[in-house]
Design a protein around this ligand. Structure first.
Ligand code: FAD
Length: 468
């Protein structure tokens, strides 16, 4: 074996710089994936592990068809990678970069160890549009604000190189369900995993949803977004491939310009979070801005449990949390609402919510998950001002006006008329009785009064400000 390719969050054949380098090096190659167990590396959550297993099965099938073996090992990559190199007698090692500080430290240690043995380890650009050190402010620092960051990404001459084609798309994943807890098995019905499925999701989006993306992306009852996030998370498709496919869609149909711009800007948000991850020590644990220094988050385990189970009594919040539990994914608008409800209305620490999402989202991502939680809480970079509080009732009326989303995920409220489906706790008794709803029995009463809890949050934040 001439080359070893170590794949991590880049489980695809096409546009894979490390694989392409191995092909260029000539001779035979093997591909390694390590379920990493090493100090400082955050273990994957349950839903992400579910996805990963299937994605590896799909990748393995695609590699096999190309005559390449996929080796899957578990343990500390600082031991496994050099041992595998030695066992195979490989002369080159290739991988695509990752950006979390702890993971970078692992990669650097392996590179140094291999160098000592005379083996060259060469790293290639990871799954971002632009590598973090190529996007700098005028004074050479990292951007703290999204809009100029986005401009710099778009203008950078080296940014977003055209993806290189390589090989054939992988086969659909073979189902592997041995030993999965029941709730994970439900995910099976909602997703197709792997490179071919990622490409199919992109094509569906370009054909069916892109034209209306600017309007429909905020309607949780509609499939108005790409649902590419878990595919991007595991690199079954690259951000560069998605970027260029969307750009090409404008060439086909210039009227799509505004929708495509909006979509590209979401992809740039993904880069923004990955760049923050690169520049900061631990964004899942430490507030990026010290907005909340001195704040005592409330301690309320029953409220947290009600939130996780979708039993808060606020229908849109419960719908989102149940969609997450059922499918491993939640619509972006609703992610914002449930996160705001937890951190503002319940005044519970954003880290609790981040960890719950980490375990239950199939797209749980070390950059986007903490980055967005901090953004909603108000301590993230370029965050909504920390004193801005989403009102979930007004938001629900605006983005789910006919209640279709709530009816789908909170079926016990399905028979309520549109006017009450988002606020059953204010509905007249006769309306509730007509819809078979008994508050406190068939559906909970709200665990927080929206107005009063909003006022409490505002007072709490005002007190912080005055101690600045
Ligand atoms: P589309 O609207 O089709 O967007 C295309 C792609 O752009 C997405 O697949 C994603 O890669 C990227 N993107 C879109 N919105 C954002 C955003 N706000 N920030 C960063 N990238 C974005 N996204 C994750 O990928 N992993 C997470 O763990 C994650 N956790 C989140 C937690 C909270 C509290 C919130 C509010 C948002 C979170 N997001 C996360 C961002 C966003 O909700 C998802 O990326 C999006 O809902 C995925 O659906 P989609 O692929 O259909 O998105």
């Amino acid at each position: 074996i001439r080359s070893l390719v170590w794949l991590r969050d880049d489980l695809r054949l096409a546009d894979n710089p490390a694989l392409a380098a191995a092909v260029e090096a000539g001779g035979s190659a093997a591909v390694l994936h390590v379920h990493e167990e090493a100090a400082g590396l955050r273990p994957l959550g349950g839903a992400a592990r579910w996805w990963l297993e299937r994605s590896l099965a799909s990748l393995g099938a695609g590699l096999k068809a190309a005559g390449v073996e996929l080796l899957v090992e578990t343990g500390d990559p600082r031991t496994i990678v050099p041992e595998t190199v030695q066992r195979l007698g490989a002369g080159n090692v290739f991988w695509n970069r990752r950006y979390a500080p702890a993971a970078r430290a692992v990669d650097a240690a392996i590179k140094a160890a291999l160098r000592e043995r005379g083996v060259a380890a060469v790293s290639h650009p990871g799954n971002v549009l632009a590598e973090p050190w190529t996007i700098r402010t005028g004074s050479g620092g990292a951007f703290q604000v999204f809009t100029p960051f986005a401009r710099a990404v778009r203008q950078s001459p080296v940014a977003i190189p055209l993806p290189a084609p390589f090989g054939a798309p992988a086969e659909r994943a073979a189902p592997l369900d041995a030993g999965q807890p029941g709730w994970m098995r439900k995910l099976e019905g909602h997703w197709s995993v792997g490179e071919a499925a990622a490409r199919a999701a992109l094509l569906r989006f370009l054909d069916e949803a892109l034209d209306r993306y600017a309007e429909d992306r905020d309607r949780p009852s509609v499939s108005g977004t790409s649902a590419l996030s878990p595919h991007l998370r595991f690199g079954e498709i690259s951000a560069r491939q998605v970027w260029h496919a969307a750009q090409a869609a404008v060439l086909d149909e210039p009227a799509r310009g505004a929708a495509v711009e909006k979509f590209l800007s979401e992809l740039i948000w993904r880069d923004f979070n990955h760049h923050q991850l690169h520049h900061r020590p631990d964004i899942a644990a430490v507030d990026m801005r010290d907005t909340f220094a001195g704040l005592e988050w409330r301690d309320d385990p029953p409220a947290f449990t009600a939130w996780t189970r979708g039993l808060t009594g606020i229908p849109v919040v419960d719908a989102g949390m149940r969609q997450l539990w059922e499918t491993g994914w939640m619509h972006n608008r609703v992610r914002m609402l449930v996160a705001s409800f937890l951190t503002k209305n319940l005044l519970l620490d954003w880290r609790l919510g981040e960890r719950w999402f980490w375990d239950t989202l199939v797209d749980a991502d070390a950059a986007n998950n903490p980055g967005n939680w901090q953004w909603v809480a108000g301590c993230g970079m370029d965050a909504a001002p920390y004193f801005r509080i989403f009102n979930p009732l007004l938001q629900a009326a605006r983005f789910d006006p006919d209640g279709a989303y709530v009816r789908r995920w909170v079926p016990e409220l399905a028979a309520l008329p549109d006017a009450w489906v988002h606020r059953p706790f204010e509905a007249p008794e006769s309306v509730l009785a007509g819809a078979g709803v008994v508050l406190g029995q068939t559906y909970p009463r709200p665990i927080a009064d929206i107005r009063a809890s909003q006022r409490r949050a505002r007072e709490t934040f005002a007190a912080l400000k005055s101690t600045d």
